[in-house]
Design a protein around this ligand. Structure first.
Ligand code: T4K
Length: 382
C-alpha cells in the first residue's frame, strides 16, 4: 500500500505513551560489541579481570576517590564496607532512604539508630547525629540523598570528636562534586550504585570507595569470600565481585557520562522553569557549591497545591506519568525497625514530613522536551 506508515503505532492517548520515573541510558550497541569480543578472546569473565581493573583505575580518577573496589551492586557495596570497617554496636543513620541503607546495617548484625534529616536537603542532620550518639555508637552512615552531599564537614568533625567511622551511602551521587572536588573524596568509605535506574549504570553494579589502601584491601577481601591468596583466608566474606561484562559496560558508560549529565541538566532546567510559578510545588534546591548529577527530580508538594502528594501521584498516573514516592514509607516505620526507640515519629518530624510530601518526577537523558512539557502541563492541570 503506497504511503502506509511503518513502525510502531502512534500514541492515541497519554496512556499509550507511558513515561516512567526513569529509563536507563544505554550506549550504542555497536560500541559494546567489540568489548564483548575482547571478553570472548580472553575468556576472563570475572575475578578482577582487565576491564575490572581498568574501570577501578578510571573511576578513582573520575570520582576523586583515593581507592575504588567494584561490587555486584550498591547493596553489597554497603554490606562489604560495613564488614570491612569491623563495626560493632550502633550505627547512626537516616530514616529517609531506600531500604538497602538500613537493611545492610541489620544484615551485618548492627543496630541502626535513626537521626532526623535537615529540611533544606533531606540529608541526615549533624545536630541530630550528635544527639543520637551513645557509648555503643561506632559509625555514622549518611546518605547523599538524590545526589545532594551530606554536610560532610560537620559529620567528619563529629566523627573525629567521638572516634567514629564515617560511611556514606552515595548510591545516588555518581559524579557529584562539592566545591570542585568529587564527593567520593570524603568519608572512610562511600558506597555507590550502578543500578539500571541510576545516572551511571552497569546494568547491575556498584563500588566501595575508600580513604586508605588498607581499607581497600579489607573490602577486596570481603567481596571475594575473605580470600587473600590461595592459602590465606583470614576472614569471612561474601561474593560481591563485578563481572567483566558489567565492567566493560561501565567503561563505555564513563565515555558517555558527560552527555548523560548534560541531558539530565536540560530536563532539570525545563522543570524548574515550568514549575516556578506553581503554588505548592517546590523543587528541592541544589545546595550552593554542588555540581549535581541530576539523578532525581524531587518536588515537595505543599499546602498551596490543590491536591495532596498522593493525590498528585494518582492524578499523574491517569495521564500515563509514573512518578515515584522516593522515599515513602519511612524506613523507621517498617516492621523490622519501628520498635527501636529512635524510630518514634516524634524523633523524626522532618523525615516524616518529607516522606508524606516528596514526589520524584521522571528524569532521564532521552526524556524529550515535549514530554517534560506534558508532565508540567499535567501538574498544572491538577
Ligand atoms: N542505597 C540507596 C540510597 C539506594 O537508593 C539504593 C538503590 C541502594 C542503596 C542499593 O543499590 P542497588 O543494590 O540497587 O545497586 C529502584 C532501584 O532498584 C534501586 O536501585 C534504587 N536504589 C531505588 C531508589 O529505586 P524501584 O523499585 O523503584 O525500581 P523499579 O524497577 O520500579 O524501576 C523504576 C522505573 O525505572 C520503572 O518504572 C521503569 C524503569 N526501569 C527500571 C529498570 C530496572 C527501566 O526502564 N529499566 C530497568 O531495567 O527501585
Amino acid at each position: 500500500m503506497v504511503g502506509a506508515r511503518t513502525g510502531p503505532p502512534l500514541p492515541e492517548t497519554p496512556l499509550d505513551d507511558p513515561i516512567y520515573v526513569t529509563r536507563p541510558f544505554l550506549p550504542p550497541l555497536a560500541e559494546f560489541v567489540p568489548m564483548l569480543e575482547r571478553i570472548w578472546e580472553r575468556r576472563v569473565l570475572t575475578n578482577s579481570g582487565p576491564f575490572h581493573q581498568e574501570l577501578e583505575a578510571r573511576l578513582a580518577s573520575f570520582l576523586d576517590a583515593p581507592h575504588v573496589s567494584l561490587t555486584t551492586n550498591g547493596m553489597l557495596a554497603l554490606s562489604v564496607a560495613l564488614e570491612a570497617a569491623g563495626l560493632e554496636g550502633e550505627v547512626v543513620t537516616t530514616p529517609y532512604s531506600f531500604v538497602a541503607t538500613t537493611h545492610s546495617v541489620l544484615l551485618e548484625k548492627l543496630t541502626p539508630v535513626f537521626a532526623d534529616v535537615a529540611p533544606h536537603d533531606l540529608n541526615i542532620d549533624p545536630a541530630a547525629i550528635e544527639a543520637a550518639i551513645t557509648p555503643r555508637t561506632t559509625a555514622i552512615l549518611g546518605v547523599h540523598c538524590y545526589g545532594n552531599p551530606c554536610d560532610v564537614v560537620a559529620i567528619e568533625a563529629i566523627a573525629a570528636r567521638h572516634g567514629l567511622t564515617v560511611i556514606y551511602d552515595a548510591a545516588h551521587a555518581f559524579g557529584v562534586r562539592l566545591h570542585g572536588r568529587g564527593v567520593f573524596a570524603h568519608g572512610d568509605y562511600s558506597c555507590v550504585s550502578f543500578h539500571a535506574t541510576k545516572a551511571f549504570n552497569t546494568f547491575e553494579g556498584g563500588a566501595v570507595t575508600t580513604g586508605t589502601a588498607a581499607a581497600k584491601l579489607a573490602v577486596d577481601g570481603r567481596k571475594n569470600f575473605g580470600i587473600v591468596d590461595e592459602v590465606r583466608i583470614p576472614t569471612v566474606g561474601t561474593n560481591a565481585k563485578m563481572s567483566e561484562m558489567n565492567a566493560a559496560m561501565g567503561l563505555l558508560q564513563l565515555d558517555h557520562f558527560g552527555h548523560v549529565r548534560r541531558e539530565r541538566a536540560r530536563v532539570d532546567a525545563l522543570y524548574r522553569a515550568g514549575l516556578a510559578d506553581v503554588a505548592g510545588i517546590a523543587p528541592l534546591a541544589v545546595p550552593l557549591g554542588v555540581e549535581p548529577n541530576h539523578s532525581y527530580f524531587p518536588v515537595l508538594v505543599g499546602d498551596g497545591f490543590p491536591r495532596s502528594r498522593d493525590g498528585l501521584y494518582e492524578h499523574l498516573k491517569t495521564q500515563g506519568i509514573y512518578s515515584r514516592r522516593y522515599f515513602f514509607p519511612l524506613l523507621s516505620s517498617l516492621p523490622m525497625y519501628r520498635d527501636t526507640p529512635s524510630a518514634d515519629p516524634a524523633n523524626l518530624p522532618v523525615a516524616g514530613d518529607a516522606a508524606a510530601r516528596v514526589l520524584c518526577l521522571p528524569i532521564y537523558p532521552d526524556l524529550a522536551d515535549p514530554q517534560v512539557e506534558r508532565i508540567v502541563a499535567a501538574i498544572r492541570a491538577a
